[in-house]
Ligand binder design. Structure first.
Ligand code: SF4
Length: 317
């Protein structure tokens, strides 16, 4: 008799990190407390995600806010598969060679947005360095499909850097998302170890170019702290983002997904987060979200309304 064993479930999630040294995952302080998942609305959200065969960054990244967000039907969709071509040291998404693009995905995302009744949706993706356009066309198709099925829903995208993909950014901007987010993730001195496949100034330039292509588009970027960065480096990063005319900055605490991931250096205190917010606001960002549990897509709908109000106020309306 031959016994067939399905080994797919036994595959480690991060084979590329197998040889990395292990570090102790620090215990969370009291100020990092989250709502437990499992409410009836949470389950409803989960069902809509499953029925439409969609991937969310909420689950893939092991986001601590999932209990709160899904209880309000706020899910952030991760398009173009669940396998990423990069291997960032902080990220919980799987690394490998992804499969072909799913042509039905734009419609299914649009349908899920409709079923969830979202006024504002956030779409992100894995890095697709294997594709000639880095997945730019697929991003644009998802935006257009959401718009067609949900004309009142505002759309925020959180994109990869499209490094060495000429013309990719233009395709995405032409699809007219309401908010263009691209995260710097950390200060430049940490790039080599934390985000080895990316280039800090390329990311700054990408955000600047979005504004050049469409001055009305809101731009947004975010970082994690607790990776060993110095305060002065964070302040310099704020200046770099302001020089690229970025509107909205998010700062949140890095949480180490496993002992093989980049070691968390420390928990930044709530007071330090407040201080970052004060400085960033003084530097001219229209909106700043800085707290231990801030994530790019956390409260994104409410923040978008505040962002629009801030622009109106600046214009004297
Ligand atoms: S913060 Fe963003 S990624 Fe985390 S659960 Fe909420 S919507 Fe999902």
């Amino acid at each position: 008799m031959v016994t067939l064993i399905d080994t797919s479930a036994l595959k480690p999630r991060h084979p590329e990190k197998a040889n990395r040294p292990e570090s102790v995952v620090l215990r969370k302080p009291d100020w990092i407390r989250v709502k437990a998942p499992g409410s009836p609305v949470y389950k409803e959200t989960q069902q809509i995600v499953r029925e439409n065969n969609l991937v969310t960054v909420c689950e893939e990244a092991g986001c601590p806010n999932i209990g709160e967000c899904w209880s309000k039907k706020h899910a952030t969709f991760m398009i173009m598969g669940e396998i990423c071509t990069r291997a960032c040291a902080f990220c919980n998404v799987r690394t490998g060679l992804p499969g072909p693009l799913d042509a039905g995905e734009p419609e299914r995302v649009a349908l899920a947005v409709q079923k969830l009744g979202l006024e504002h949706v956030v779409i992100t993706s894995v890095d697709r360095d294997d594709l000639a356009d880095g997945g730019a066309r697929h991003f644009a198709e998802v935006i257009l499909a959401i718009r067609a099925a949900n004309p009142r829903t505002t759309i925020e995208i959180l994109t990869p850097d499209f490094l060495r993909k000429d013309g990719a950014l233009e395709i995405v901007v032409a699809a007219k998302p309401d908010v263009f987010n691209h995260n710097l993730e950390t200060v430049p001195s940490k790039y080599l170890k934390v985000r080895p496949g990316a280039r800090y100034f390329h990311s700054i330039r990408l955000l600047q170019k979005v504004k050049e292509l469409d001055p009305t588009m809101f731009t947004k970027s975010g970082i994690m702290v607790g990776l060993g960065e110095e305060r002065n480096e964070v302040l310099q990063l704020m200046d770099d983002l302001r020089s690229a005319d970025v509107d909205f900055l998010t700062i949140g605490q890095y949480l180490q997904p496993t002992k093989k991931h980049y070691p968390l250096q420390r928990f930044v205190t709530p007071d330090e987060f407040k201080s970052y917010a004060t400085v960033a606001t003084a530097k001219g960002f229209a909106l700043v979200s800085s707290s231990p549990l801030t994530r790019s897509s956390h409260h994104a709908g409410e923040d978008f309304a505040r962002l629009k109000a801030a622009r109106m106020a600046k214009m004297g309306h």
